[in-house]
Write a protein that binds this ligand. Sequence first.
Ligand code: 5GP
Ligand code: ZN
Length: 137
Amino acid sequence: MAQDDCLFCQIVAGEAPATIVDSDEATVAFMDINPATRGHTLVVPRAHYADLAEIPDDELATCVQAARRLAERAVERLEADGVNLLNAQGRAAWQTVFHFHFHVIPRYEGDPLRLPWTPGPGDPDEIAGAAARLRDE
Ligand code: 5GP
Ligand code: ZN
C-alpha cells in the first residue's frame, strides 16, 4: 500500500517528478537527485516498506535483480569500473527516506568518493545524460 506522505510512493505513482530509467512489475529505478557519482540510481519496490527489516524476501530478491540490471548498465554504458550497492537501514545508518531502496553507485577508477558521502545537488545536464544511457531500451 502506498503511504500518502512518502516521497518514493509519490514517485512510483507518478505524482512526484523523477527521471525513471527502469521499471518492472514490482520495482522502479530512477536517478538520485544528489548523485554520489555519475549515474547514481535508486531502486525501490513499488509497494511501500519502510526499510530492510520490513521488506519481504521475495520483493527484496526482485529489488536485487533490478539493482544488478542497473549495475550492469553502468559498466556497459557509462564505462564504470565498479559499482557499490548500498542500503541504509535506520537513521544511525544515514537512512533519510523511509521507503526501502538500494543505491546503485557506479564507481570510476580514482574517483574521489568516500563513503559515507556528503550529499549535494547534482548537475541536471549530467544526470539527464547518464539517465539517457541507463534507460531501459
Ligand atoms: P537514504 O539517505 O535514505 O539512504 O537515501 C535517500 C536518497 O534519496 C538520497 O541519496 C537523496 O539524494 C535521494 N533523494 C531525496 N529526495 C529526492 C527526490 O526528490 N528525488 C530523487 N530522485 N532523489 C531524492
Ligand atoms: Zn513509500
